[in-house]
Structures are given as C-alpha cells and as structure tokens.
Design a protein around this ligand. Sequence first.
Ligand code: 13P
Length: 249
Amino acid sequence: MRKRIIAGNWKMNKTVAEAKELAQAIVQGFTRTDSCEVVLCPPFTALAALREVIAETPVKLGAQNMFWEEQGAFTGEISAAMLKSAGCTYVILGHSERRQYFQESDETVNKKILRAFEHGLIPIVCVGETLAERQNGLTHQVVEKQVRGCLADLTSDQVAALVIAYEPVWAIGTGVVATTEQAQEVHAMIRALAGKMYSTRVAESLRLQYGGSMKPDNAAQLLSQDDIDGGLIGGASLDVKSFLQIVYA
Ligand code: 13P
C-alpha cells in the first residue's frame, strides 16, 4: 500500500520569519497522520528554522534543488550532504522552472538523483509536457523520454523508493488544472512504464504526485484516482488553510 504524500513547494517565497510562521501553523493543524505524509520544501535559507519547527512532529523537510557534485568550488551551489545535514528527507529535482530558467536537462537531473540517493535523500522528480507538446499529441512521448532519461542507471530499489511528480507545465501557476482524466491517464502511463522498465513490484511501490494548480476544490477528485498518490503544491501551499484542506482531501 503506497502512503500518500502531499508536498508544499514554496518556491522563492518566504523570509525566515515568514517561513517559520507558516510552518508552525501547518504543524499545529496537521494532526491526523496515519494516511498521509506531509513534506515542506522551503527555500534553502529557511531549512534550518523549519527543522526546529517540525522536530518531534510527523512533518518532513525537503529542499527544492541541489547540485550533483560532492563539494568544492561551485559558488552558490548546495550539495546532497549539506541537505541531509540540514535535516532534509526529500529533495525536489528537475522542476520545470529549473528546466526552463536554469537549463536543467534529464541528464543533469539524473546525476542529481543518483547523488541524492547516495546521501539518503529521497528525490521528488518532476516531469511534464508543455502546452504545445500536449496540443501536438506528444505528451506520452515527452514524459516517457523524461522518465527514461532521469531514471538512467538507477537500481530497482531506488526507483521503488522514488517519488515522481507529473506536473504539466501548462497547469503550473496558471489556475488551469489538468482534468482528472488527463492526470490519471499520464500517471497510469508512468506507472506502466516503470513496470516495463523494472518490475510490477517497482511500479506498485513508486509514488506518483500530481502538480499544477492543485487547490482545495479540485484536490479530492484528483487524489481519488488510482494512480495519483499525492500532490506537489505550489501556490496553495503558501496558505495554511488551503494547504491543510488539500492534506485532508
Ligand atoms: P502551482 O500549484 O502554483 O500551480 O505550482 C505547482 C508546482 O509547480 C509545484 O511544484
């Protein structure tokens, strides 16, 4: 049985004080913990503060990115070991905003995933097509290529432990959510692909999140689909009430 996972990707929002305040409110409101894992992914600058806020609670910490090298002269970068030592359990990798603005590719995401696992971090790997790709009927092809590229050289056990977030680029921050049918269809395709590439066991334990304008009013329906195990939430994760409503959905 896959445990559900709702993660808040705070992106480039919240000062340390604001982040603490939001996390405190979320921690206080999250009391039913058995059926759902909750992960907060603040900016790097707020990781240390949030680690204290979530200590002794079931809420977990995640980062939004990392570099694949171990250490050294890479000004401005953060390593997997640093994230682990800052209390992170998860790390989001290959978000479409990283791909769009910072030239990340499946190859670089793959290097990051391999390094994250070496340090005991669980990657949340983002994939998803653009609007033009969907309109041209390329969704499956694009997502399959991303999944294959990102997962290159991973072991079965690593893939089984992984979280993949399907985030159609056209749904991110736009208020245009994928229909439940569109979302379920791509999630099912990713799970079937994992089954083909690895095994049924891997496909059954891999967790798949939907991301892209997930809100309290559409979360329950999306999360009721067979292959949608959770959500990666942007805008709605910055508001305590909305985020907790999604968690309880
Ligand atoms: P929104 O929920 O703001 O559409 O963002 C989704 C996202 O990019 C999560 O990683």
